[in-house]
Design a protein around this ligand. Structure first.
Ligand SMILES: CC(C)(COP(=O)(O)OP(=O)(O)OC[C@H]1O[C@@H](n2cnc3c(N)ncnc32)[C@H](O)[C@@H]1OP(=O)(O)O)[C@@H](O)C(=O)NCCC(=O)NCCS
Length: 292
């Protein structure tokens, strides 16, 4: 179904009489599913030019959030909403109409959007009744800033009862850390480092590289499991991962990671290792019915 989007505006002279009436061209909001059938919409201007797009994606805030037991996943059935309006079409109701079409034409119980802190998108989603539910901090480590001898000392430091192990390969499904570490390494995009005490995993962290030529890897974690906290394991496994990643993928020049903005322990670990602030993201959610 197509929705005609027409907005008119009038300018008034000092006597209150309309002196200009400008009618903006009508827009059609049309479903435009991608090749796999995933839900997408387009706002089509006259002559078929695209004024804006919207779409729904599975909720994977960090890309591989299933790796993190504390991953901020929302209620089941939630979908990530992305809306983009071409700059010359902004503030003319196009984003609102795309959002209306998404809500009318899908039965998703919760829409989630990840937006840069302080961006116009924050005001757009707030205006449409979305709630700000979380804030994330994105951090970046540049290998050129890391003193290799210092890193080596961190990795070599004793942690009585624990040993480090590594695994490389490609990730499929939602593997358990214990299973991965028991299986043989093979060539692949993911590098895991874990600290275990007699097979009991205490902490782990994983990095995934992108395209073969890509210099930026994405890190998930570190995660320290209950019963193993307070032993500097996060710093240890992360230092070891930074070292290992460069051995396995020498083309990597930097590592990006993200975590809850209020996770002071994670931030302290990252800063100690040389990660620097990159950007902040706000999470906005709209529930169909009461928030869970
Ligand atoms: C956020 C975005 C989708 C809004 O689209 P839009 O068509 O301009 O939005 P609308 O005209 O429907 O705005 C609806 C309301 O949202 C709020 N709003 C939208 N943009 C705003 C801005 N720049 N400043 C303040 N409020 C804003 C206003 O309340 C506005 O109502 P008003 O114009 O009556 O005041 C658009 O700015 C955009 O595409 N930004 C870039 C998004 C992006 O990069 N996404 C990447 C992921 S795909």
């Amino acid at each position: 179904m197509a929705y005609a989007a027409v907005r008119s505006s009038a300018l008034f002279g000092t006597a209150g009489a309309a002196i200009v009436v400008a009618m903006e061209p009508p827009l059609d909001i049309v479903p435009a599913p991608d090749r796999s059938g995933a839900p997408r919409w387009q706002a089509l201007a006259p002559h078929g030019s695209v004024a804006g797009v919207a779409g729904l994606w599975p909720v994977t805030p960090f890309g591989l959030d299933f790796l993190l037991p504390t991953a901020p996943v929302t209620r089941p059935g939630a979908a990530e909403l992305r809306v983009y309006v071409a700059p010359r079409w902004r503030r003319r109701g196009v984003g609102s109409r795309l959002l209306t079409a998404v809500r009318e034409q899908t039965a998703v119980p919760c829409l989630v959007s990840y937006v840069a802190v302080g961006s116009p998108e924050e005001r757009f989603y707030a205006r449409h009744g979305f709630s700000h539910t979380r804030s994330w901090r994105h951090e970046l480590l540049t290998y050129g800033d890391v003193h290799q001898a210092w890193l080596g000392e961190l990795v070599d430091a004793e942690h009585p009862g624990y040993r480090l192990s590594h695994w490389t390969g490609d990730l499929f499904g939602a593997p358990r850390v214990e299973d991965l570490l028991r299986s043989p390494s093979r060539p692949g995009d993911a590098v895991w480092t874990a600290a275990d005490a007699d097979g009991d995993v205490g902490a782990y962290v994983v990095a995934v590289v992108g395209t073969p030529s890509g210099g930026r890897a994405h890190q998930y974690g570190p995660v320290v499991l209950p019963g193993h906290r307070g032993r500097r394991l996060s710093r240890w496994v992360n230092a070891a991962l930074i070292q290992r990643l460069r051995e396995v993928h020498p083309q990597v020049t930097e590592i990006e990671t993200a975590g809850a903005a209020d996770d002071r322990h994670l931030l302290a670990t990252l800063r100690h290792l040389g990660f620097r602030p990159l950007r902040r993201t706000s999470v906005y959610e709209l529930w169909d019915g009461a928030p869970s």
